[in-house]
Write a protein that binds this ligand. Structure first.
Ligand SMILES: Cc1cc2nc3c(=O)[nH]c(=O)nc-3n(C[C@H](O)[C@H](O)[C@H](O)COP(=O)(O)OP(=O)(O)OC[C@H]3O[C@@H](n4cnc5c(N)ncnc54)[C@H](O)[C@@H]3O)c2cc1C
Length: 334
């Protein structure tokens, strides 16, 4: 009981800030967080709600149909239902993120050792308060924000005041990073071939404003050669020729058998002994599979799928929508 606010939100975060302001060390501040959470938990307890006349069922609720909810063994019949299942920190589809175990508000308050360095992604209210608390505890904190100001949803003046306070506490701000465009693509997918020109046009139109990242999502059942083509592109990347191979694969989409891929390696002037050894050993398969896993975690089902600064884009009415969305993001970023 208690939801985010008690367990992983308002209560622990504000307690941590107060503890730090009171001069407590990391270990004592975290101890205080746990103690305050435990003390306040009775206000959100089953007993308290039961006494107030609420029937509480603990467990994962799921709908059997529009008027029946199952929780454990119990089946509840309802005429109307309020769904108040809360929110979660979204893991943005950033390259490399799935290879580590990043903290979120669900785990950061359980730390038992003070991190020496901490990167906080997002300078909204939650990111700012975490950055401030850890900086005041002596952790070296970098606060990264895609927008051009701290608290990007708020008035610039408010953002500036908070930014000044963070800098005084020793937080290093990294603002206004470039717009990040990510494509999940499949070299055997005809729609990806059609879409391939758009990121290039955008990079030309907005030089130095956009970062484009291609990630692999070969749809293996439909496209038998796509996985190998993805591996070949990574083998080319290892020799500094990813984009040349990317273009070659799309231009020759109907011919992606192993012997064709080898021919493209020859065309690009790759070190063929290295290319062959790496392809035979499937050196890059793990990397491609990690991209695919990332795609699944982001609930991607089709290719191409584009993200702008972590937000999935609707391109069902064509690539102009993507073009316009990138232009808007660049304008917002200043
Ligand atoms: C670090 C941090 C600091 C914050 N500080 C503040 C602050 O200072 N002031 C402020 O106003 N707000 C703050 N917030 C925001 C505040 O915590 C949330 O807005 C609030 O908790 C949302 O409440 P909720 O009831 O909608 O959802 P939640 O608190 O997320 O509760 C949803 C509950 O539903 C449960 N649930 C989910 N799925 C199911 C299911 N299928 N069946 C049964 N149960 C389910 C979850 O386990 C959870 O307990 C903060 C948030 C964070 C992360």
């Amino acid at each position: 009981m208690g939801g985010d606010c008690l367990n992983v939100g308002c209560v622990p975060s504000k307690t941590l800030l107060a503890a730090v302001r009171g001069g407590l060390t990391f270990a004592l501040a975290m101890q205080r967080v746990r103690a305050v959470r435990a003390r306040l938990a009775r206000h959100d307890s089953v007993e308290r709600y039961t006494q107030a006349g609420v029937d509480v069922f603990l467990g994962q609720g799921s709908f059997s149909n529009a008027h029946e909810i199952r929780v454990g063994e119990a089946m509840l019949r309802t005429r109307r239902t309020v769904i108040a299942t809360g929110a979660r920190a979204r893991m943005p589809p950033l390259p490399g993120l799935e290879e580590i175990t990043p903290l979120s508000n669900e785990t950061v308050f359980d730390l038992t050792e003070q991190p020496r360095r901490l990167a906080v992604l997002g300078a909204g209210p939650v990111g700012c308060e975490l950055a401030q608390a850890f900086a005041r505890l002596g952790t070296q904190v970098e606060l990264l924000e895609l927008g051009s100001q701290v608290l990007p949803q708020d008035e610039p003046e408010a953002g500036q005041r908070v930014a000044d306070a963070l800098v005084r506490d020793g937080v290093r701000l990294r603002l206004g990073a470039r717009v990040t465009l990510i494509e999940y693509g499949d070299f055997e997918c005809p729609s990806c071939k059609v879409a391939a020109a758009t990121p290039k046009l955008l990079l030309e139109r907005f030089p130095n404003k956009i970062r484009f990242i291609y990630r692999h999502f070969p749809l293996e059942e439909a496209h038998p050669h796509a996985l190998m083509a993805a591996e070949a592109s990574e083998a080319a990347a290892a020799q500094g020729k990813f984009w040349q191979m990317h273009d070659h694969l799309f231009q020759n989409q109907a011919h992606l058998k192993d012997k064709d891929l080898y021919r493209y390696a020859v065309d690009l002037g790759l070190d063929l002994a290295r290319y062959t050894a790496e392809m035979d050993d499937h050196i890059y398969l793990q990397k491609v599979r990690e991209h695919m896993e990332g795609a699944r975690r982001s609930h991607i089902r089709a290719t191409p799928t584009f993200f702008i600064d972590g937000v999935v884009q609707d391109i069902s009415f064509g690539m102009k929508a993507l073009h316009d969305a990138v232009a808007a993001a660049v304008t917002r970023g200043g």
